[in-house]
Design a protein around this ligand. Structure first.
Ligand SMILES: Nc1ncnc2c1ncn2[C@@H]1O[C@H](COP(=O)(O)OP(=O)(O)OP(=O)(O)O)[C@@H](O)[C@H]1O
Ligand SMILES: [Mg+2]
Length: 234
């Protein structure tokens, strides 16, 4: 079953269209990656799917219902969470306060969810009363992902979760993505660490100049010499 689909999505800023007719999908239980050069439109694609940018054409469907043009706060209530590329935590709040902010629209008791997030990220529980501003990039990324999970999403969008992390932490973040996926969350991830991401992805899309130029299983993309030369640095 498809949990997320775009059909011929067009989006951009000001006078300029950045995305041109982008059609992609994410099925239940999948990890799907979006790779491509700097400026290809990867972040623009996630922002448009999540309602931060209004599409100029095309359709976005979430769990079988059209959400095209809805605002992020409506979309989040329909089961999709998003972790932006930058500024994805509140530095002046503690870890626990950051996670609680993630549950802002929940009117029920979110204690169980908080426990689940701490199980996924034990390090966060150990330091739950620490202010986030003092923490490392890897820890902040875990907090941002944990916060996005507080609303129990069916679909999670991640924009460059491993960006600017030390190599040892990159592997840890990918392991967490797999762990989150195993809890039943379908994940669409944009990444610069394309090879590492494709290894954990069921499928992938290559985006260039705002267009979908290639799609296949993660394994097939990794084995494709042409795509490797053009988009994966040889
Ligand atoms: N707020 C904005 N206003 C105007 N143009 C923008 C804005 N954000 C991005 N762009 C332009 O849109 C194009 C696509 O940018 P986008 O951030 O989506 O690319 P990306 O694939 O995520 O790149 P990166 O790998 O560097 O994160 C670029 O040409 C960029 O300059
Ligand atoms: Mg980007």
């Amino acid at each position: 079953m498809k949990v997320l689909e775009t059909k011929n999505l067009v989006s951009g800023y000001g006078e300029t269209d950045i995305l041109h007719d982008v059609s992609i999908e994410l099925k239940e239980k999948e990890i799907v990656s979006i790779i491509g050069p700097n400026g290809a439109g990867k972040s623009t694609l996630l922002k448009t799917i999540f309602g931060l940018l209004r599409p100029r054409g095309g359709v976005v469907e979430l769990i079988g219902a059209e959400v095209t043009g809805l605002s992020p706060d409506r979309i989040v209530r329909k089961g999709m969470s998003y972790v932006p590329q930058v500024d994805n935590v509140f530095p002046s709040l503690t870890i626990q306060e950051n996670l609680e902010m993630g549950a802002f629209i929940r009117t029920d008791d979110y204690g169980d969810k908080l426990e689940e997030v701490y199980e996924l990220f034990p390090l966060l529980q150990e330091r739950k009363n620490d202010k986030v501003g003092k923490l490392s990039g890897g820890q902040r990324q875990m907090i941002a992902m944990g916060r996005a999970l507080m609303l129990d999403p069916r679909v999670l969008l991640l924009d460059e979760p491993s960006a600017s992390l030390a190599p040892i932490l990159v592997g840890m973040i990918f392991e967490k993505i797999i762990d989150i996926n195993k809890t039943g969350v379908a994940i669409m991830v944009v990444e610069q660490n394309a090879r590492e991401t494709l290894k954990i992805s069921d499928r992938g899309y290559v985006l260039a100049m705002g267009r979908k130029v290639f799609e296949d299983t993660g394994k097939a993309i990794l084995e494709n010499k042409e795509v490797g030369k053009l988009y994966l640095g040889g």
